[in-house]
Design a protein around this ligand. Structure first.
Ligand SMILES: NC(=O)C1=CN([C@@H]2O[C@H](COP(=O)(O)OP(=O)(O)OC[C@H]3O[C@@H](n4cnc5c(N)ncnc54)[C@H](OP(=O)(O)O)[C@@H]3O)[C@@H](O)[C@H]2O)C=CC1
Ligand SMILES: O=C(O)C1=N[C@H](C(=O)O)C[C@H](O)C1
Length: 269
């Protein structure tokens, strides 16, 4: 694909909190064109017939296979649920539509399978647990800090409509920290939970705590501790527009990849 060509995009989950922002991003970006949407409701309608999408005369598909066959799209942006997102991503690759996936909650086995499929097809796929630049820096700084601090706990805080826990960002942060940290049980060797779950999820001996409250959007603190000091690295998303510059870069980048990239840290300069 030539650099200045229009990129035709399918958005899956257009009525969702992130999907609405993604549709808006596609609408306002001159090089992007909305080709169709995948929505479990409104089959056969135009998106412009759905409340909140005036002027967007693109078809709504419930069946993703039909959508990929008919929409002549270059890229899928998926912002749905772990189960649907995996199905959509796999199917998009099978139809040679490049996925940009914000949906979290995929298993390591699913990620491996999708990577294999992208490579078999020789096309790009980006799966990004967090599109916000500040969150990517938080993860990178945490990876750096782990060279100097052996003990770390992650506290992620989200709105109470979130389906997956821990968040995709928290898992990715733990994975990046583990590049510089040896797996090791933290805390007292004899510690006991008197209420189950008190110490959070266990990732190679470091703990991840998930907070869910109305009023929150997406927040994370990475706490490092050593003798006589702590270091706190924190990121906050106060709205969902904060994720959209990362979605835009991902769409522009996925076109020229021939493999699956998991996390935006490797494609940002
Ligand atoms: N990578 C990143 O930077 C970010 C990622 N996310 C992730 O994005 C995903 C979406 O988040 P969010 O927008 O808050 O969630 P929402 O619940 O607001 O939106 C999800 C959308 O998916 C649709 N959907 C649900 N089930 C199905 C199905 N079976 N078939 C087709 N569509 C379906 C919903 O439709 P309906 O309304 O009918 O239920 C809805 O439109 C989550 O996985 C979240 O973790 C979120 C923020 C940032
Ligand atoms: O569901 C959300 O809202 C978010 N999900 C992503 C995650 O699981 O990390 C990204 C961000 O934290 C918002």
């Amino acid at each position: 694909m030539l650099v200045n060509e229009t990129i035709r995009i399918i958005v899956a989950g257009p009525r969702g909190r992130m999907g609405k922002e993604a549709v808006q991003l596609v609408k306002e970006t001159p090089q992007f064109e909305l080709a169709a949407v995948i929505d479990r409701k409104n089959e056969g309608k135009l998106l412009s017939d759905v409340e909140g999408f005036a002027g967007l005369d693109v078809p709504v598909f419930t069946d993703p296979a039909e959508c990929f066959q008919q929409a002549n799209a270059d890229v899928l942006i998926d912002l749905t649920t772990p189960e649907r997102g995996y199905i959509h991503t796999k199917m998009a690759l099978e139809y040679s539509v490049r996925p940009v996936v914000g949906t979290t909650g995929f298993t390591p086995e699913q990620l491996d399978e999708l990577k294999g499929l992208a490579e078999e097809k020789g096309i790009g796929c980006i799966i990004a647990p967090n599109f916000a630049i500040g969150a990517i820096l938080m993860m990178k700084f945490s990876e750096m800090a782990a060279k100097y601090f052996d003990d770390v706990e992650i506290i992620e805080m989200h709105h109470d409509q979130k389906l997956d826990a821990p968040s995709g960002t928290a898992i990715k942060t733990a994975e990046m920290i583990s590049n510089n940290r040896k797996a090791r049980k933290q805390g007292h060797e004899d510690e006991k939970e008197t209420i189950s779950g008190a110490r959070g999820a266990d990732f190679e001996g470091m703990r991840i705590h998930s907070v869910r409250l109305p009023g929150l959007i997406a927040h994370q603190q990475v706490l490092f501790g050593a003798g006589g000091q702590t270091l706190t690295i924190r990121h906050d998303s106060y709205n969902r527009a904060s994720f959209m510059s990362g979605v835009k870069v991902s769409v522009e980048t996925v076109i020229r990849l021939d493999t699956l990239v998991y996390g935006l840290e490797s494609i940002l300069d």
